[in-house]
Design a protein around this ligand. Sequence first.
Ligand SMILES: [Zn+2]
Length: 371
Amino acid sequence: MRFLSADWIYPLHVSPIKDGVLQVSDKGEIINLFESRSEVLFDKLEIFEGLLCPGFVNAHCHLELSHLLGKAEKGKGFLDFVTAIQERNKFNEEVIQNAIIKAEAQMIKNGIVAVGDICNTTDTLLQKQKGNLQYYNFFETFQINEKKIKETLTSAKIIRDKFRNSGMKSTIVPHSPYSVPPKLMEEISNSFDNEDELLTIHMQEISDENQLFENNKGDFYNWLNKINASSEIWGKRNYSTDVLKELGRKKIILVHNTFSRKEDMSDNYYCTCPKANLYIERSLPDYSIFNPEKLCVGTDSLASNNSLSILEEILIVQKNSDFNLNTLLKIACKNGAEALGFENLGTFDKGKTPGVNLIPDFNKTKTIKII
Ligand SMILES: [Zn+2]
């Protein structure tokens, strides 16, 4: 049994506690939370400088792209980034696997305990089976050719089932509104077995996306035409409402929202990946439009980030929003755990096993994983 104390404890299900004490079992279960150090025998206390918070939840990552670290040039825009991603298969299996192992180790070191991870392949299966972190696996589909919708879905199901057979949460999801026609959106929605399953989709990540859907023009529109994308994709769709209707699902995490406006907001979970947004589009979302109780944070992949650190991400959110420290930590821990359905994580509620992070100085990007 350990009795952990620090200048501040941020339990996240209740208000922060100054000089509080967190009682944690040897298995990492939260046993009790004391308002004062005087409630515990002094020689049992482990006292730290800084703040204690639950383990971080990385709500959006692409672990299988870790070998693309540094391959895309910064700030060149999305179309340039796509070209870099298309090189993903030009690496041998060992390079891909080693990058996955290293990236997961980095997340653990940075205090991350669970990940919402986008997959297009089974590359991460072996590492995830080791159970070092908890994963919600999203099998991403895209298909700009209407005739190939059935085969796209069939191959996604084969990959999904391999992860499901290993006992991991796994669902098929659409990549984005611009890469998935309405018919495939509906098929994805039909591929769900129950209402608890979760969808995620990249949304309004690119500056030209709104132009594509609202005015049928712009560089992005020209590019989709050039690669013979089905015009059903932009056709008569209202971006933010029709796409969500096609999916017909209750629980969705909308990722990026860099170019979303107040009127685009709905009652869903949102995930921001600020460092990736700066890397690709040199832009950030307007954080005032989000409901902070429904906002999560992700690192995106090492193809568009130089690190996998939730603390680094929320420091950027802090600089560009009015959120206070407690809200920022909810975004980093509680909201992502709720969105991904990891009920044991996210807060210091009794009975949970959320992990414990020490942040010695919030304005520096250092996290120390205590449990
Ligand atoms: Zn992504």
